[in-house]
Design a protein around this ligand. Structure first.
Ligand SMILES: O=[N+]([O-])c1ccc(O[C@@H]2O[C@@H](CO)[C@H](O)[C@H](S[C@@H]3O[C@H](CO)[C@@H](O)[C@H](O)[C@H]3O)[C@@H]2O)cc1
Length: 608
């Protein structure tokens, strides 16, 4: 049988640059534009992949093959799209991307780690790297090789609905936590060039530094709004972590919806091409955000041809066009054929996309199998998540003086009260970007609630009474030794989380007052950011910031009861009043309730 014609791009022994050059020279404009197009899984199929030469598919927040789909079902879905791509003339494999921003958060039974704000409180980059490695295994368990993480936003105003996706207000913390990239992608080989995209094999995934640049600096934290700051401020606060991720070989960078001094980032050629690609020498591919092109205009999609022109000419290589991909393909084709967009711009985009696909072995291993499904939600990963929860907790108050310290709590108290809307609620303790885009309250996935963890930890003779929202009379009449009140914010994502008052949502304040006004209490806050707490502080004996801990609530009980000590430090300033905002460490006028870096420590109690 005659050998199939030898083609350089198919030969994995050939240098990547040769394979790219050979393949791009074979591609038609239609195949190049298809390669630049990423569509949502709900409109994808093997037929669509083949007909339009689609280069990538994504799951938007909460977009799954079926409710509580097994890892095998995920693998089958991804492989089906891939087989469509492999059946095209040139057989270029597609790359499937998903938001795994605190574990593989769209997937039932995945380990859900603390959101980034909690990881910032750990001050432990090695831990974050391990979380990246665990997340990569769980993502690969479902046949997916690419994640839209880490978010390296530097949140400068907690009124921003995405502030919990940021490791902290200080660029140095965010820079340290870029260890997430080698965790996800693997360490650069010793002799490899810095700044070149790298993914080390089938247990690793391509990462995405997002959202470029200044997403965390928008006015009053209004999502997708305007970041008003001079060039020095942008480069010293919001840019540093991009240097670190590029040096560590990050494969992709996602552009921010936000604007810098009135210029939409999705239309900012100076910063995307001039700075990121030319000055920082980023060699991977730049991806737009979801309908990021549409949102260049106001209202969105008002002039789509203009949006395509501006976004592609700005230097965006892969366009996240979840639904109206034929309109995009037709628009871009028109602009290239009429010389509004040069073929060299198209070739730059395609070469960058192919570089990542060749480098990570997608041409050699385009299809997944079931061999890694055992990693999803593994006990080892849940133990790692518990460690992260323990290290993320920040002790803000523990009695009025040392001899009044309530924490560590006694495991042998006769009867204790557990109260609050977030004590027995996995969805509430995970927060946004969990199972659904906005997250979801209730028993949404496999995990350990804080209440269950408390029951697991105290002496079997201790009576644990749970009442979500007890009245003061009930509390007084029951002679509890102490109470644990777990309250906070409901799950939210993005704009739905923007808040100008940052008050603790009802019924949190009344639960605190009813319980803490009647018995010694420790309040555990489950929030994505600092919230108004000063009015209640006097009646609270002990106060813990637990952020959004994820599925492993045992980590909270471990520290409350002294099996581990408190070590966490505030990754962002805790304001007294929202009227002070924005207020960040280093500001001239700095008058916080609890300063950046604050956190009381406790020693683990001897075996008790
Ligand atoms: O009903 N509404 O009002 C509404 C509003 C906005 C929506 O717009 C869309 O909602 C989500 C639905 O999936 C999308 O994920 C994105 S968000 C975007 O998605 C990327 C891919 O998931 C992530 O990597 C980025 O980090 C993130 O900024 C968008 O905002 C949808 C619905």
């Amino acid at each position: 049988i005659a050998n199939a014609e030898y083609m350089i791009y198919k030969d994995h022994k050939m240098p990547i640059n040769h394979r790219i050059k050979d393949l791009v020279n074979r591609m038609t404009l239609e195949e190049k534009i298809g390669q630049m197009t990423q569509i949502e899984r709900s409109v994808a199929s093997a037929e669509v992949m083949k007909k339009y030469y689609i280069g990538s598919v994504l799951s938007g927040g909460g977009s799954v093959p079926a409710p509580q789909a097994s890892p095998e079902a995920w693998v089958d879905m991804v492989n089906d799209f891939q087989n469509g791509s492999l059946s095209t003339r040139l057989g270029i494999p597609m790359i499937y991307g998903i938001d795994a921003v605190h574990g593989h958060n769209n997937v039932y039974n995945a380990t859900i780690f603390p959101h980034n704000i909690g990881l910032g409180a750990t001050r432990d980059p090695i831990l974050v790297k391990k979380i990246g490695a665990a997340t990569a295994l769980e993502v690969r368990a479902t046949g997916i090789p690419y994640v839209f993480a880490p978010c390296i936003a530097v949140c400068r105003d907690p009124r921003w609905g995405r502030c919990y996706e940021s490791y902290g207000e200080d660029p140095a913390i965010v820079q340290a936590m870029t260890e997430m990239v080698p965790g996800l992608q693997g360490d650069l080989p010793a002799n490899s060039r810095k700044g070149v995209p790298y993914v080390g094999g089938k247990e690793k995934v391509a990462a995405c530094a997002k959202h470029y640049v200044g997403d965390g600096g928008t006015t009053k934290g209004i999502n997708e709004n305007n970041t008003l700051i001079n060039r020095h401020g942008l480069l010293s606060i919001h840019m540093p972590a991009y240097y670190n991720t590029i040096i560590k070989g990050v494969s992709t960078v996602m552009v921010s919806y936000s604007s810098w001094n009135g210029v939409k980032m999705h239309a900012n050629r100076d910063l995307v091409t001039g700075f990121l690609k030319n000055t920082l020498r980023f060699r991977g591919f730049v991806i737009s955000d979801w309908e990021g092109l549409d949102r260049i205009t106001s209202p969105p999609h008002a002039n789509y041809t203009y949006s395509i022109l501006e976004g592609v000419n700005a230097g965006i290589d892969m366009l996240m066009i979840p639904y109206n991909y034929t309109e995009f393909i037709d628009g871009l084709t028109f602009l290239v054929k009429n010389n509004f967009i040069s073929m060299s711009r198209i070739d730059d985009a395609v070469k960058r996309i192919l570089r990542v696909k060749f480098m990570m072995g997608l041409f050699e291993t385009p299809l997944a199998d079931y061999s890694m499904t055992k990693y999803l939600g593994s006990q080892e990963h849940r133990e790692l998540a518990k460690e992260a929860v323990r290290k993320s907790l920040v002790l803000l108050k523990n009695g009025e003086s040392a001899d009044e310290a309530l924490i560590p709590l006694s495991k042998k108290a006769p009867k204790i009260l557990v109260a609050g809307t977030h004590a027995d609620n996995i969805g509430n303790q995970c927060g946004g970007w969990t199972m659904q885009w906005q997250g979801q309250t209730g028993n949404i996935t496999v995990g350990t609630t804080i209440l269950t963890a408390i029951k697991n930890t105290v002496d079997p003779k201790t009576e644990v009474v749970f009442s979500e929202n007890p009245d003061a009379g009930y509390v007084k009449s029951n002679k509890f030794s102490y109470a644990i009140v777990v309250v906070g914010e409901p799950p939210y994502s993005e704009t739905f989380g923007d808040s100008l008052n940052l008050t603790l949502p009802d019924p949190g304040p009344s639960i605190i007052t009813n319980v803490c006004g009647s018995v010694k209490c420790v309040v555990v806050l489950i929030t994505g950011r600092p919230v108004v707490i000063q009015p209640y502080l006097a009646e609270i004996n002990a106060l813990v910031a637990a952020w959004l801990p994820g599925t492993e609530g045992q980590g909270v009980a471990d520290v409350l009861f002294g099996d581990s000590g408190f070590t966490g430090k505030l990754p962002r300033t805790w304001f007294k009043s929202v009227d002070q905002l924005p207020m960040n460490v280093g500001d001239k006028h700095y008058d916080p309730l609890f300063p950046f870096g604050y956190g009381l420590t406790t020693e683990p109690t001897k075996a008790n």
